[in-house]
Design a protein around this ligand. Structure first.
Ligand SMILES: O=C(O)C1=C[C@@H](OP(=O)(O)O)[C@@H](O)[C@H](O)C1
Ligand SMILES: C=C(OP(=O)(O)O)C(=O)O
Length: 430
C-alpha cells in the first residue's frame, strides 16, 4: 500500500526512456529459442511477465544469459527442446500462455502449464480451438482455463482461420503452430491487431505472405539467430503521455518509443481528442521508433468504437482517465475484450475512478465518461489495482491531479510490465 504522489504547480517535466516493449520482448525470446545460433536482444524488458516466458524456455533446456546490457539466447532450432521436470509457470501473463500454446503444440512430451489466480480465469479456448483444428491436443480445466496440459503431439496441419475476435495472441498462436505444420496456414483478421510476430518471423529469415489482413505461413526449414533491438513500450509511455496532457504546465519527452502502426491507437485517439503530440520518427529496421513530446492541453470527449480498440486495447484504462478531464462525453463501445484482461478492466476502471469523483458509467461493451469533472476525495480515498498492472499505473497518474490524499493498494502489480514505474513518475514530478 502506498500514498500516491501529487503533481506540483510546476507540472511534470523531463525526458524519459521507458522500458522495452513487452510484446516484442516475449517474441524475441521465443524466436531466439527456436532459431539456430545466437540471438542478442537489447533494451529487453525485465518485467515479471517476460521473465515468466524466459523461465519457461530455461525449463525447456534453452541456454539464456542475461545482464543489464543484453540478453543472449542460444537457440536450439525448432522442435529441439528438453522435457522439463516441472510444470511451466506462466505467472500473470496471457501472452506467454497463448503464444506458447501455439509454439509448443508439436512436442514429443506432455507439458503441464499453470498460472496465477487472475490468469486462471482468462479464456484459452480462443487459442485451443483453432490449434486443435490443426491437430494439437490440450487438456484444460473446464476445457478453457489453466491449469492444463499441452499434450504430446507429432503432427500439425495448416488451416484457414477467420478470426472471430481481434486478438494478436490468437493470431500469433496459430502462426507459431503454422510454422511447424504441413501445408499452408492462413489467418484472416477483420481488424488488424499488432503485427510483431509477423515482423519478427521475417527478421529471423522465415517465410510469410501478408496480403492486407490475410497472413499465410508454411513450415519453416530453419530460422537464424538475430540481433533484436526492442523499442520502448508505447503501452508504458502512454501513462506519461496522458499524465503530461492532464497535468497543467507539463512537458515530457519519451525517447525511442515503438510506433508500429498497429500499436499507436493511443496517439491517434488522443489527437482526435485535441492533443498535439510531436512525433519524431527515426530510421530503423524491423520496428519503427520515435521520440514523442507532449504538453498539457485541453481535450474534448470523443466516440471510441470497435475499429479503434485493437491498436489501443491496453491503453483504454489510461484513455478513460484522460476522458474524465476532457470537456463533454467520451463513449467507449465495442471494447468487450477488456473484460477478459488481467481484471475485467471495464469494471475496475469504473469502480476505481468513481472513488476519485469521476462521473463514469459502465456499459456492457465499454463505458461512458462524462468529462470535465475535477478529481477529488472528501478527505482521503483508497483505490486498488486489483492486481492489474495497468489499473495500478492509471490510478497513480490519477493521483497526480486528485485533490485530497489517495492511497493505492496492491501497487506491486505494476512489476508485471513496468517495475520502475513509480520511480520514473517521481523523476518527472518537478
Ligand atoms: O500479443 C500480444 O503481445 C498482446 C496482445 C493483446 O492481447 P489480445 O491478443 O488478447 O488482444 C494485448 O492486450 C496484450 O497485452 C499483449
Ligand atoms: C493484457 C495484457 O497482457 P497479457 O494478456 O499478456 O496478460 C496487458 O499487458 O495489458
Amino acid at each position: 500500500m502506498i500514498k500516491l504522489q501529487k503533481a506540483t504547480q510546476k507540472g511534470l517535466h523531463g525526458e524519459l526512456l521507458v522500458p522495452g516493449d513487452k510484446s516484442i520482448s516475449h517474441r524475441a525470446l521465443m524466436f531466439g529459442a527456436i532459431a539456430e545460433g545466437k540471438t542478442e536482444i537489447k533494451n529487453f524488458l525485465t518485467s515479471a511477465d517476460v521473465l515468466h516466458t524466459m523461465g519457461v524456455f530455461k525449463s525447456l533446456g534453452v541456454d539464456i544469459d542475461y545482464n543489464d546490457e543484453r540478453v543472449l539466447v542460444n537457440g536450439r532450432g525448432l522442435g529441439h527442446f528438453n522435457q522439463p521436470n516441472q510444470a511451466l509457470d506462466m505467472g500473470n501473463s496471457g501472452t506467454s500462455t497463448r503464444l506458447l500454446m501455439g509454439l509448443l503444440s508439436r512436442q514429443p512430451f506432455d507439458l503441464a502449464i499453470f498460472g496465477d489466480a487472475s490468469l486462471s480465469k482468462r479464456p484459452l479456448n480462443r487459442v485451443s480451438e483453432p490449434l486443435k483444428q490443426m491437430g494439437a491436443k490440450f487438456e484444460l480445466s473446464q476445457d478453457n482455463y489453466l491449469p492444463g496440459v499441452i499434450q504430446a503431439n507429432n503432427t500439425l496441419h495448416g488451416i484457414t482461420y477467420q478470426m472471430p475476435v481481434a486478438s494478436a495472441q490468437v493470431k500469433s498462436a496459430i502462426l507459431l503452430a503454422g510454422m511447424q505444420a504441413e501445408g499452408e496456414t492462413t489467418v484472416i483478421e477483420t481488424i488488424k491487431s499488432r503485427d510483431h510476430t509477423e515482423r519478427m518471423l521475417q527478421q529471423f529469415g522465415g517465410h510469410i505472405q501478408i496480403d492486407g489482413n490475410q497472413i499465410t505461413v508454411t513450415q519453416q526449414e530453419r530460422l537464424l539467430g538475430q540481433q533484436v533491438l526492442v523499442p520502448s513500450d508505447i503501452s508504458s509511455a502512454a501513462f506519461f503521455i496522458v499524465a503530461a496532457l492532464i497535468t497543467p504546465h507539463s512537458e515530457i519527452t519519451l525517447k525511442n518509443v515503438g510506433v508500429n502502426p498497429t500499436r499507436i491507437g493511443v496517439l491517434t485517439l488522443l489527437e482526435r481528442m485535441g492533443a498535439i503530440i510531436e512525433i519524431h520518427q527515426h530510421d530503423t529496421i524491423g520496428e519503427p521508433i520515435a521520440d514523442i513530446t507532449v504538453r498539457s492541453q485541453d481535450l474534448q470527449g470523443i466516440n471510441i468504437t470497435a475499429a479503434d480498440i485493437p491498436s489501443a486495447v491496453d491503453e483504454l484504462p489510461i484513455l478513460a482517465l484522460a476522458a474524465t478531464q476532457a470537456s463533454g462525453d467520451t463513449v467507449i463501445s465495442g471494447a468487450e475484450e477488456l473484460r477478459v484482461k488481467e481484471t475485467d478492466r471495464i469494471a475496475t476502471v469504473v469502480t476505481e475512478l468513481k472513488k476519485l469523483g469521476a462521473n463514469i458509467e459502465e456499459t456492457s461493451d465499454g463505458m461512458i465518461i462524462h468529462g470535465g469533472t475535477p478529481l477529488q476525495t472528501k478527505v482521503s480515498a483508497t483505490v486498488n489495482s486489483h492486481g492489474d498492472h495497468r489499473i495500478g499505473m492509471m490510478l497513480a497518474v490519477a493521483g497526480l491531479i486528485t485533490a485530497g490524499d489517495v492511497t493505492l493498494q496492491d501497487e506491486l502489480a505494476m512489476a508485471v510490465s513496468y517495475p520502475e514505474f513509480l520511480s520514473d513518475l517521481k523523476q518527472v514530478i518537478s
